[in-house]
Structure formats: C-alpha cells, structure tokens
Design a protein. Structure first.
Lengths: 99, 713
C-alpha cells in the first residue's frame, strides 16, 4: 500500500493505493494519527486500491464517525469493483459518501 | 433385613430343633395326659365300685338286725314297704311330677311341696305337719344317711342314692338321696326315674355290681341283697371333670416342666451343633472370605481354616486349602504370562507405529495432480499399505494394498510387499510390470501362504493418462462431474499366490477435476451395531455429496454409520485428484505472514480474473487475521496448514489448524441497521458473501475450514 496525505484549505486529502488489509490499514491509521486533522473534511482517493478488507472498513467507519460528530464531510472517490462490492456487502455504501 | 432373613444353617438348625421340641412336647403332653386321665378314671371306677359294694353290704347287714338303734324299724323292710304303698296309690301323679321339667324356682317349690305332702305320713305322726327334707329322713334312719354321706364325701363323688325297681312300669323309685334337698337333681323319696336300658340289663336283670362311664361322670350301681333276694339298689355318681379339674394344675406343671426341658434340650443341642458343626463351618467360611478379600486387594495368600476335627468339614477345608494353593500358583503363572504379553503388545505397538511412519504422511502435489491419504488403524496391527511418489521417469506412482490376515505376520509381509513394490516403481516400471515383478518376488519363500490385494497406478502427467492394475483389490471410485463410478472391473490375480500369473493393465484418460478414491475393505466392510456393512453405495453417495475435504468426509460418513460398533480393520484411503495444488504450512503465524500467503495464492491462481482474485485476497485477509487475532491464545505450537487446489477456474482453499475448536459459521452476524456501530462480524460477513461455498468441520481434533470460489469474470 502506498499513501499520501495532504492538508489543504481545511481539507485532508488522503490518496491510497494497493491493498487495504489488516496490515496496511494499521499502517494508514498510524500515519493519520501523526497528523492533526481535527475539524477537517476528509477526501479519500481510492484510485489504485485493489481491495479493502474489514480492517480497512473499520478505519473508514471510525473516520466517518468522527466527521459526523464534528459536522465535517468524508468523501471517498474512485473505488474499483471489488471495493464497491465490499462496501455493498457490509452496508457501508448507504452511509458513506462515495463519488 | 435381608441379612436377617438369610437362611443360614444355624437358623435352619434352630428352626428344626424348635419344630422337634414342639413335636416332642405335644406328644408327651398328649400321652401323659391320656395316661393321667385314664389312671384317674380307673381310680374313680374302683372307688365307685367299692363304695357301691360297701353300701350294699352295709344295708344288707343293717337289715339283718331286727332293730336299728335309734330307728323305728328295719330300713328296707319297713321303709320300702311304706314308701311302696304311697307309690302304688299315687303312681300316676308321682310319674307326672317326677318327670316334669324344673324350669323355675316355682316349679321346684311345687315339686317339693308335692313330695312333702305325699310322704308326710311316712315319717311318723311326730313328723306330721313338718316340711319334708333330708332331716326328716335323717331322724328316722340317721345311720343309713350317715353311712351314705360318709361314702359320698370322698373327692369327686356327686351323690349316693338308694332306690328300688318297679318292674311293671320300669321305674326306679327313690328311697333316699345323700345330696341337698335344695338341689335340682335331688331325688325325693317316692319320686321316680325311668330306668335306663343299660342299667336294666346289667344291674337289675343280672343283679351284679356295675359301673358306667358317661360323658363327664361315672355311675356305679350295686344291689342290696337280703336272704338272696334283691330288695333295693344303691347308686353312686362320680365326676370325672371334677377330678380332672383338680389335677389341672398338675398337668400345667407337667407341661411347663416338659417345655422347660425341651428348651434346655434345644439349647444343649444348639450349643453342641454350634460347637461341633457350625464353629467349623464358620471358620471355613471366614477363611474363604479372608482369602477372597486378600484376592480383591491383588494379593493371593492361601488361608488355612485350621479345623482339627476329623469330619467332612475338615475334608472340605483341606480340599479348599489345596484349591487356594493351586489358585495362588496359577495366578502367579498368569501374572508372569500377562507381563510377557504386555511386553509383546508394547513391542507390537511400536512395530505398528514404525509401520505407519514408513507410509507417506504428506500429500503429494504435482503440476496437475494431488495425491493425499488417510489411515485409521484398527486396534490390532494390520496389513494395510499405501504409497505415492515421483518415479525416476518423472511419472506419478501411487498404490494401495491390503495384506491378508492381521497381526505381526500381516505387518511384516506388508513391509516386505511395500519395499518390493516401491523398488519396482522407483525403477520406472509400468503398472503391469510392477505387479508382475512384485508377485513373483512375494511368491518366493511364502510358506505361510499370505497374499496381497493391490491397486497400482502410474499417472503420466504429460499425456494425462493413468495406467493401472487391479490385483484382487477393491474397485476404486472415479468421481467425475459429480458422479462417482467404480473403475477397474477386470481384476488380475492376487499378489503372492501364483508366481507366473499374468498382469494386464488398463488405462484411463484423466480430465481436470477427476478424483479417484482408492480404499481398503476396512471402509466398505466397516459394520454398524446392527452388523450391516457400510458398502459401496454409501461410498458412492458420500463422494457425490462430499463437501470440503473428501477423505475427511468419507471417514466421517463411515464413523457416523458405524456408531458405537468397534472398528475391526484398518480404514485406509488414497485420493488422486487431477487438480493443481499448493500447500503452505504456517507455524506460529503473525500478521506479517498474511501478505506472504496472499502473494503466494495470487501466484497460484495467476491468470484468472483479477477482480475475483482481489475478492479471494479479502477472504484470505479476513481468515488469517481472525487466526492471528483469536485462534491460538492457549496453544503451544500454533500451526495452520493451508492447501489450495485449482480445478480449471475454481479454487478451493482448505485451512486446518490446531487452535481452539471454533466454528466461524456459527458466529452471529449482527443486523445491519447501524453499520457504524458494528464491531465484530464484518469479516465473516465478507467471507460468506465473497465465496461460492464455505464448509466447516472438526476432524481428528482440528478445525477444518474449506472455501471454494470461482475465479472467472
């Protein structure tokens, strides 16, 4: 997994690619924890994400909960077929903002 | 209570003694009381007779005197004559009054009044006007009455009467009576009684002294003879009851003494029986009990009852002691033998293990095939064998075989057979040649006549062709397109019987996904509690419906069928599958192993739909994550064996782990109403959704999870 995280104009741009699984989700969480991103909108770019497993889903769920509490937005962009299928199976497609 | 009711010999002796003494008492009391009563009767009779004679004689003598001192005239002559006058004149009235029943004091008073009136003239002018009673008579004949009373005063006498006989009317006419005038039975002078036939015959007609034994008294009769003429009669009444009653105390005392004596006799008898018989029986029984209680503690020590009498019990005791000694000797012998047996069993056990270790314990994966095996040995060392490997020619060899019989000979022969077949196969011989060579070798020095049934297969991967020989072995099943059918209908000879037997092989074109199950008769001849065999139909059915691992499914089906029935024969199976396969063993897995496994599986399924492969990766991530996070908390050497099989575009992943038994399919997936609050259950939900099928079973104490997924876009 590769990831780039940038904070611009009150928006946290997170670009992820590769596998978002047990190991890489923990890595990503570690990276996010290092940055102060409180009270910002999050813009997830999933271009190049091969798949997401439940560990990745839990990270996304946690971020979505925080955003909802602070009144911020979380947007996920450019998901592939597999990620869309996983979001659908888990019911997250109804809650997340996927564009 | 049960112990109390136990019919011991002692109790039987007591019971018998008690019965005996009761019988003794009954007999002696009966006999002695009979003797006693008859003696009393005899005494009474004698006394009665004597009294009769004495009174008769007295009255006769009295009559001989011209005058009686103090009396008015001779008793019989005067008194009887006067009384007879009165009787003759008033006979009908007298009869009526005499025979009248006395039912009340009034009746008695009437009777008394009548006879007083009747005889008032008889007892002299001086007596006129006086009421009649015995004293009137006493005044006239004091000596007569005194003598009567004297005689009647003896114990048991009821009364004494004097009467004469009126032959014309058969009446006894009473002259005097020694009893009280107030008595109902008092016979008034002048009163009558009808004469009893026996008295008439024996006394009156024969004129002798007689006595009669009636129900509860005697009657004695004697004539009063004056100058050879019977003028009157005397009678004495004597009570038997009275006498017997008087002697009752004595009888009771007698019974008491006898009872006491019997008790003493029984006690003495018991004491002696106990001393002489029971003591020794008890001693013997104690010795026996001691011996068996020692025996229960695992010690065999003969116990001598030490009986010193020279009777049968002594013989029995001696025999018993000898028997104990024999048992002790025999047990020692058996103990030695069983120790020896145990040693042999232990060695056999080791032999059995060595035998199993000589068989392949891992599946063999080739480019396009996979061979795996299963063996469940029966208790006894058996002769099942299987083998598989690459031949020197690059072909895949596999075999299953079963040696006739069981035990050490079968095991040794099996080892020999395995080595021969192995060396032939290694050298790259054809299936027929292997069979032929092995047969010839096994026929040599086979004096015990053992033989082997075998199925020998050589798979040519390039040509996708299986060449096989069936030598008397069970027909394997080919599972193709969901249908299982037996193959190898024609059988060759058994191995080790005819050294020149020809062996002809058959060929089978193998298609991707084909599965061939080889097995020994331990499977199809496995019996259940009703003694029914598992049979070929059930094998076919199991294969066609198997989910997950086929070998595990087949063994489980047989075990479920057998129930509690013992497994008598080894159950051995070899599975040939035409699938691409890969095996990964993870020891003490960590999160870092997840990408390694993922990469390897991705390489294994390379070329198939990438999206589907990504989904497979999600499945892998979820399952491995779960293993690392939860499965091995209390496990010393955690291990996961992962097998991947690829049949065209269908991949099957098998996970076998030694972690805590846990069925992930039983995990409750929470309702999706509030997805954001969901913590657990996401992973299994994804696995279930993304796989074609998922199967879990516990087999041989391990978790077996099998997942299949089609990797086609």
């Amino acid at each position: 997994m590769q990831s780039t995280i940038k904070k611009e104009n009150g928006v946290l741009n997170v670009a992820v690619s590769g596998r978002l699984d047990t190991v890489t989700s923990a890595e990503l969480k570690g990276k996010l924890d290092e940055i102060e991103y409180e009270n910002v909108d999050i813009d997830f770019d999933f271009t190049g994400v091969e798949y997401i497993s439940s560990a990745g889903l839990r990270l996304v769920i946690a971020l979505q909960k925080e955003a909802t509490e602070t009144g911020n937005k979380l947007v996920i962009k450019n998901i592939n077929k597999v990620v869309a299928e996983v979001f659908k199976v888990s019911g997250l497609d109804k809650i997340l903002t996927i564009v | 209570m049960k112990k109390f009711l136990k019919p011991t010999i002692r109790k039987k002796i007591v019971l018998l003694s008690a019965l005996l003494s009761i019988l003794l008492i009954a007999v002696s009391v009966t006999v002695s009381s009979a003797i006693f009563v008859s003696r009393i009767k005899k005494d009474a009779q004698t006394q009665c007779r004597t009294s009769c004679e004495m009174l008769g004689e007295y009255l006769s003598e009295l009559e001989m005197q011209t005058t009686v001192s103090g009396s008015m005239a001779p008793f019989i002559t005067y008194y009887k004559q006067n009384l007879n006058d009165i009787y003759a004149n008033n006979r009908e009235e007298i009869e009526e009054m005499s025979l009248k029943e006395i039912n009340s004091p009034d009746d008695l008073a009437e009777k008394k009044s009548f006879f007083t009136e009747l005889t008032s003239g008889l007892f002299g002018s001086g007596m006129m006007g006086l009421s009649y009673d015995k004293s009137s008579f006493r005044n006239l004949y004091p000596e007569v009455l005194a003598e009567m009373e004297r005689l009647a005063s003896a114990e048991g006498f009821i009364n004494c009467k004097v009467f004469y006989y009126d032959a014309e009317h058969n009446n006894m006419v009473f002259m005097c009576d020694s009893t009280y005038t107030t008595s109902v039975t008092y016979s008034y002078p002048g009163s009558i009684e009808k004469t009893d036939e026996k008295i008439k015959t024996d006394v009156i007609l024969k004129g002798g002294v007689a006595d009669f034994s009636l129900d509860d008294y005697f009657m004695g009769y004697a004539p009063v003879v004056i100058e050879n003429e019977t003028v009157a009669y005397v009678s004495f009444k004597y009570s038997i009851d009275h006498l017997v009653n008087n002697e009752k105390e004595f009888i009771w005392m007698l019974v008491g003494i006898m009872l006491g004596a019997s008790v003493v006799i029984v006690l003495v008898y018991l004491f002696l029986a106990d001393r002489w018989l029971m003591k020794n029986v008890t001693k013997l029984s104690d010795a026996a009990r001691k011996f068996t209680s020692h025996m229960n503690e695992g010690e065999i020590v003969p116990v001598d009852a030490e009986i010193r009498t020279n009777d049968e019990i002594k013989d029995l005791s001696d025999d018993f002691f000898a028997l104990q000694n024999k048992v002790a000797a025999y047990s020692e012998d058996i103990a030695k033998k069983s120790a020896e047996e145990e040693r042999i069993l232990a060695e056999l056990n080791i032999a059995s293990k060595i035998q199993l270790q000589s068989l392949p314990d891992k599946p063999l994966s080739t480019d396009s095939a996979r061979i795996s095996s299963f063996i469940k040995p029966a208790k006894e060392v058996g002769g099942d064998l299987f083998d598989y490997f690459f031949t020197d020619e690059g072909k895949v060899f596999f075999t299953i075989a079963d040696v006739s019989g069981k035990g050490v000979p079968a095991a040794l022969f099996m080892m020999r057979g395995k080595e021969i077949i192995r060396s032939c196969a290694k050298a790259g011989m054809s299936a027929a040649k292997i069979a032929e060579t092995a047969n010839a070798e096994l026929c040599k020095n086979n004096k015990e006549g053992l033989f082997i049934t075998a199925f020998i297969g050589v798979y040519d991967e390039k040509a996708k062709r299986l060449t096989y020989v069936r030598a008397g072995h069970e027909q394997p099943f080919l599972l193709r397109d969901g249908v299982a059918e037996k193959i190898g209908e024609e059988s060759n000879a058994l191995l080790g019987v005819f050294d020149d037997a020809p062996f002809i092989s058959e060929t089978l074109e193998i298609r991707s996904g084909d599965k061939i199950l080889l097995y020994t008769d331990g499977l199809n001849e496995g019996i259940n509690e009703k003694n029914e065999e598992f049979g070929y139909d059930r094998i076919k059915e199991t294969l066609e419906n198997a989910s997950g691992e086929i070998l595990a499914a087949a063994y489980e089906a047989e075990k479920a069928f057998a129930g509690a029935a013992e497994q008598f024969d080894d159950i051995t199976m070899v599975l040939f599958e035409c699938v691409k396969s890969d095996t990964i063993a993870l020891h003490s897995p960590t999160y870092d192993d997840i990408p390694v496994v993922t990469d390897r599986i991705n390489a294994f399924v390379q070329g198939l739909d990438p999206h589907k492969i990504s989904e497979l990766d999600v499945i892998l991530d979820e399952i491995l994550n779960n293993y690392v996070s939860y499965a091995f908390d209390a496990v010393k050497k955690p291990q996961i064996d992962i097998e991947a099989r690829l049949d065209r575009d269908v991949v099957q992943l098998s996970f076998v782990d030694n972690g805590a038994l846990f069925d992930p399919l039983q995990q409750q997936t929470p309702a999706a109403t509030n997805v954001l609050d969901r913590q657990g259950g996401l992973g299994i939900t994804l696995v279930k959704s993304l796989s074609d099928s998922i199967h879990y079973r516990v087999f041989e104490g391990k978790n077996h999870l099998t997942i299949t997924k089609t990797l086609k876009g």
